[in-house]
Each structure stands twice: as structure tokens, then as C-alpha cells.
Design a protein around this ligand. Structure first.
Ligand code: CO
Length: 194
């Protein structure tokens, strides 16, 4: 089955991602697929849980432009080590197509992550880039932007969130998406757990 972006409330989005422990051919293939799906959906970033892979892996291209591969970034096992300032701005998420709301984020962040050579890199970002990194990093902890919205944005998003829940339930009833228990088993198998 080809990999695709899963929508809320798919259980993979609430599953805490495990660290990447080896940089092999399979990882490179997964990264290639994720980049492609991100561009197809006109996104700037995509986290592995959004394609039902329970790993601490992110792909980004802050320009969103597939003709700018020099702007592509891959983060393995990323962690935010410093946050500064506060900014409020609009966010969307490829797992909530069509939903945009204001979210409060740190203005500048410092991230530690591993690159594809297994080297630890330190990166600093501000503004849009910092917002995208914080949003994608949250995905690795099963945190979604609806969790980060203030009370007014959350209220405004409510009917849209309900629609996603209904569509997901209906797709499961039709057998288009496996039951949650089966999804949890698939995630555990990917993690190498019995
Ligand atoms: Co997202």
C-alpha cells in the first residue's frame, strides 16, 4: 500500500515517536516518500507520525518549492534546546487540511538534531521557520496544533475538528481505514515491539 498522509484523529498522530537508531536504505526511501508527499500537499514540513511511521524524523523545505532541493532539511531525533520570545500567527497542518488558526509559539528556537550522516547539528531559526519547526517537533510527541491553540482559536476550530472526527469514523466503518487496535499493532510492529 502506498504511504499517504493520515488525517486527524488517526492514532499514529497521538503516538509518541521512537528515536531513529539506524540510517539505512529504508530510512532514505521513507525520507524520499515523505518529501514527495509534503510537496504534493503543498506543505513546508512533514513529520513521520503523519505518514504513520512512529519515528523521530522530520522533513522540511521552508520554501515549499520542490525546485529548491537545496532548502530541503531532514532532522533525526530533534530536540529544542532553547526558546526565546513569543509570537502569535496562523498555522495549518497537513493532517487537518483546510483548518487554519492562530497559535502562540516561541519566536526563536535552537534545535539539536542528527543529520543523515549521523552527525549532531545545532540550528537556530526565527519567525516562520521557527514556527514550522515547533509545529513539526510537536508531532513527534503526539502533540497537535489544536492542542496549542488558545481558547478563542480552539472554539473557532471546533466544528472543523468534529468534521474530521466524523469523516475518520465513517472511513473506518467503510473499511477504508483499519480499526484503531489494528493501527496500534502496526505501529508496534514498526517499532519492533511484540
Ligand atoms: Co502538522
Amino acid at each position: 500500500m502506498p504511504r499517504k498522509i493520515v488525517h486527524y484523529p488517526h492514532p499514529a498522530l497521538r503516538h509518541k515517536a521512537q528515536p531513529v537508531t539506524s540510517i539505512d536504505k529504508e530510512l532514505h526511501l521513507q525520507i524520499g516518500e515523505m518529501m514527495e508527499l509534503m510537496y504534493q500537499a503543498n506543505g513546508l514540513g512533514l513529520a513521520a507520525p503523519q505518514v504513520a511511521l512512529p519515528f523521530q524524523l522530520l522533513v522540511m523545505n521552508i520554501t515549499g518549492d520542490p525546485d529548491k532541493p537545496e532548502c530541503e532539511e531532514v532532522f533525526l531525533n530533534p530536540q529544542i534546546v532553547e526558546k526565546k520570545g513569543v509570537m502569535l500567527g496562523e498555522e495549518g497542518c497537513l493532517s487537518f487540511p483546510g483548518l487554519y488558526q492562530d497559535v502562540r509559539r516561541a519566536e526563536t528556537i535552537k534545535v539539536h538534531a542528527y543529520d543523515l550522516k549521523g552527525k549532531l547539528v545545532e540550528k537556530v531559526a526565527s519567525d516562520l521557520e521557527a514556527r514550522a519547526w515547533q509545529h513539526e517537533l510537536d508531532h513527534l510527541n503526539g502533540v497537535l496544533f489544536i492542542d496549542m491553540m488558545g481558547p478563542i482559536a480552539r472554539l473557532a476550530a471546533r466544528s472543523s475538528v468534529k468534521k474530521f472526527e466524523k469523516a475518520f469514523r465513517e472511513a473506518q466503518e467503510k473499511g477504508e481505514i483499519p480499526p484503531n487496535l489494528e493501527i496500534e499493532k502496526l505501529l508496534a510492529a514498526l517499532e519492533g515491539r511484540p
